[in-house]
Design a protein around this ligand. Structure first.
Ligand code: ADP
Ligand code: ZN
Length: 734
């Protein structure tokens, strides 16, 4: 591992080590280019016939034939990668057993990094006087004066001043406004941390002060900020953001869902007077490039983003907020398998930064870390203002009289009808996309499966197609059974949200319905429009998947009906109980945010199930203690460690062979005190035409698990045909 203080410089011709994102498992030797280069510099280097991106990682190793070593082609126009980020990539890579080259890929995912700096026009106050003053002209001048010497793009300036661009152009002609060329990646408008936030309640103020003290300490620390939905967690952590900005450091807020960002951006703008930088898949290439550069130059004070924002080149990151920290989307399930929540803690600890983990229903891992004193914990127990938590009740489906092909019980129907009469909103929640999870032939009983996966095809009626939720493959609904050839006997079995919507339309023909499901929106913008329409109160009944559980505010919503509260309790997943508990509480938290109290009704066939009882009684700490005790007794996370090994191959036999060989040669794992289970076919044994086999490694909490796994799999030769990936702290067991 290379080390060295910030600012180490290599002279022209000196031997340096360059890390590239290419799949080569070492740092390569090059010679520093003309003018030399800094440690951490982004460079372009020749590799075979190509030129590739790289980062100067340290001095060269010198174990390569000197005459064959080539020079760096050029140094790119980007801030050098700081030591903190280099060490973070090394440690995160070592923890997740991900090659360093792949880690670098996460930290260099920015378009146009190797483009020369380009220019664009900006507009600022000039010396001239206008020939005559109009309202529009005055607004332009006032805007420019208000923001001091700052320059704007034509669009920014005309938007801010509320004029057409020709007004600005007219002022340019008279020299009142000056047009100048400036590097394309403009800095962000400054956020003002001194503007007053909302007046906080006692609980909120105490929590905010604790977080501010953490920031002021200038040291690492992690705090669980636990509070029911609507208790003001966001208001509180925005105070921590303000303190961070006052210290001149940068802040990052991670959100689990892009759809949540626009609401959050609006709140940031109201609080600090300008919008922060954004980083997620919905951001344009130009904006990504701008954000990446400005973050590196310290000219973006606050970044709002998805998990990949953790790998941005912050100049001085002082705070990371992980909102809805329990959310499973923080776990990246492809490529580098990392959990952004855990990596946030790692990055903060390397940078004397603070972490705030905010949630109404924290993960058991975080709950346990707080209980053990590793994390501080702050509780907001009351909802802000008049809003009270909804009453929760079970609807015992064993006693409800429902015809076939219907899922909204009479009890739930009458509650929805009552809301309709009062002009209030209801939410029908079912965590299943599409129309029906199963399509089967009533003649022969065959179910339609995916050609590439061992998964059933899900009917999506809006798209008029069957969709595989594993690989995304679609096909038309068959008229005749693919198995027996009988015509007209294909039937949809079971409900998805689309089917519940159809039923709701039948039962409440006059109600205005809206479906919220991630697959129904082509773009984040369309989804946002839909959410705003719902929040505006134009919808009577919302039918939604877990997309609605994530933090949206629907002030007129007073009833949540959970169609199938038992859904998550089946399956053998370690986290089934935890997930169900979190999801049910999150969804229920959607009701009664404003002045009218809400009700949550859970349709269940197992009202006596301990998880259902815990949800209904609201005894959270009791639930967590019981769940923790069970995991501890079983040596399961967070009281023990797990790692998944997923082998995939073109041929089932090849995958099993390798799995069996690993299981037999488990010495390194046993030496570390661990046990290997399997091989077993993965729950979905074939995905995208590849056969999958899993091994599970279980080890005591203190075991040196990564080192043992690395030694264990070192002899394995993988190829395009036979792949192996390691999932440390697996969240899903597919
Ligand atoms: P959470 O993040 O815990 O769900 P929020 O911070 O979003 O809660 O607060 C819920 C709503 O209550 C928001 O509209 C927020 O602006 C408002 N709110 C919370 N605390 C205050 C306060 N002290 N003064 C005014 N409004 C508040
Ligand atoms: Zn498939």
């Amino acid at each position: 591992m290379y080390r060295g203080g910030m600012g180490e410089h290599f002279h022209e011709g000196e031997l340096i080590g360059v890390l590239t994102p290419e799949p080569i498992d070492r740092v390569l030797d090059y010679r520093a280019p003309e003018g030399g280069c800094w440690l951490g510099a982004f460079v372009e280097v020749p590799l075979g016939p190509r030129k590739v991106l790289g980062v100067v990682w340290g001095p060269g190793r010198g174990d390569f034939e000197a005459s064959k070593i080539r020079a760096v082609s050029r140094v790119l126009d980007a801030a050098a990668m700081r030591e903190e980020l280099r060490v973070f990539l090394e440690k995160a890579g070592a923890y997740t057993l991900t090659p360093l080259s792949q880690m670098l890929r996460l930290a260099s995912r920015v378009p146009g990094l190797s483009d020369p700096p380009s220019m664009r026009k900006i507009y600022r106050l000039g010396q001239g006087e206008p020939d005559r003053m109009t309202d529009a002209r005055r607004r332009v001048i006032e805007t420019l004066v208000e923001y001091g010497g700052l320059g704007f793009t034509l669009k920014e300036l005309s938007d801010l001043a509320g004029v057409t661009s020709s007004v600005v152009k007219g002022l340019v002609a008279q020299g009142v406004v000056e047009e100048a060329d400036t590097p394309r990646d403009a800095p962000y408008l400054p956020l003002d941390p001194d503007r007053a936030g909302k007046a906080l309640t006692g609980d909120q103020a105490a929590a905010a002060e604790a977080l501010r003290a953490g920031i002021r300490s200038g040291r690492y620390g992690t705090t669980l900020l636990k509070g029911v939905t609507g208790s003001g967690k966001t208001e509180v952590y925005l105070e921590a953001v303000a303190e961070t900005l006052k210290q001149g450091r940068q802040a990052l807020v991670l959100l689990p869902e892009i759809a949540l960002t626009s609401e959050f951006l609006t709140r940031v703008e109201a609080r600090f007077g300008a919008k922060p930088a954004e980083w997620h898949s919905g951001v344009t290439m130009t904006e990504r490039r701008r954000a990446w550069k400005m973050i590196g130059q310290g000219e973006a004070q606050l970044v709002v983003g998805a998990r990949s924002a953790l790998f941005l080149p912050f100049r001085d990151l002082g705070l990371i907020v992980v909102d809805e920290e329990h959310d499973s989307s923080y776990k990246q399930e492809e490529g580098a398998l990392y959990n952004a929540r855990d990596m946030a803690v790692l990055r903060a600890s390397l940078n004397e930064a603070q972490v705030v983990l905010a949630s109404a229903t924290p993960s058991l891992e975080t709950w346990a870390n707080a209980a053990a004193g590793k994390y501080a914990r702050l509780d907001l127990t009351a909802r802000f203002g008049e809003a009270v938590l909804p009453a929760m009740r079970a609807i015992d489906m064993r006693f409800e009289d429902l015809p076939g092909q219907a899922w909204i019980s009479p009890a739930l129907q009458s509650e929805v009808a009552a809301r309709l009469r009062k002009g209030e909103q209801s939410l029908l929640f079912l965590n299943r996309r599409g129309f029906a999870p199963v399509t089967l032939c009533r003649a022969c009983g065959a179910q339609v499966g995916c050609d590439h996966c061992d998964a059933r095809m899900v009917e999506h009626r809006f798209q008029k197609r069957l969709v595989c939720h594993q690989c995304g493959e679609t096909k038309p609904l068959p008229e005749t059974c693919p198995a027996c050839g009988v015509e007209g006997k294909m039937a949809a079995v079971g409900p998805g949200v689309e089917r519940i919507a159809e039923e709701a339309a039948r039962v409440f023909p006059d109600a205005k319905l809206a479906i919220l499901s991630s697959d129904l929106f082509g773009s984040a913008r369309a989804l946002k429009a839909q959410i705003e329409e719902i929040a505006g109160g134009e919808t009577d009944i919302i039918i939604g998947t877990q997309l609605v559980a994530k933090g949206h505010n629907f002030p007129r919503l007073t009833l949540v009906g959970v169609i199938d509260a038992d859904l998550g309790l089946q399956g053998s997943d370690l986290r089934a109980a935890e997930r169900t508990f979190q999801l049910m509480r999150q969804v229920s938290g959607r009701a009664g945010r404003a002045d009218v109290p809400g009700v949550a009704l859970l349709q269940t066939f197992q009202p006596e199930h301990p998880v259902i009882r815990a949800i209904l009684s609201g005894d959270e700490e009791g639930f967590w203690r019981a769940e923790a005790a069970e995991r501890e007794a079983a040596g399961m996370p967070p009281y023990g460690r797990l790692a998944g090994i997923i082998i995939s191959a073109d041929e089932a036999a090849a995958a099993f062979d390798l799995g069996t060989r690993l299981a037999r040669n488990d010495g390194p794992i046993r030496d570390a005190g661990g046990i290997v289970y399997g091989p077993a076919p993965a729950p979905i044994a074939r995905v995208r035409g590849r056969h999958r086999v899993r091994l599970l490694v279980k080890a005591p909490k203190g075991a040196a698990l990564q080192g043992a796994i690395a030694r264990w799999i070192a002899p394995v030769k993988t190829s395009a045909k036979l792949r192996l990936s390691v999932d440390i702290d697996p969240q899903s067991f597919y």
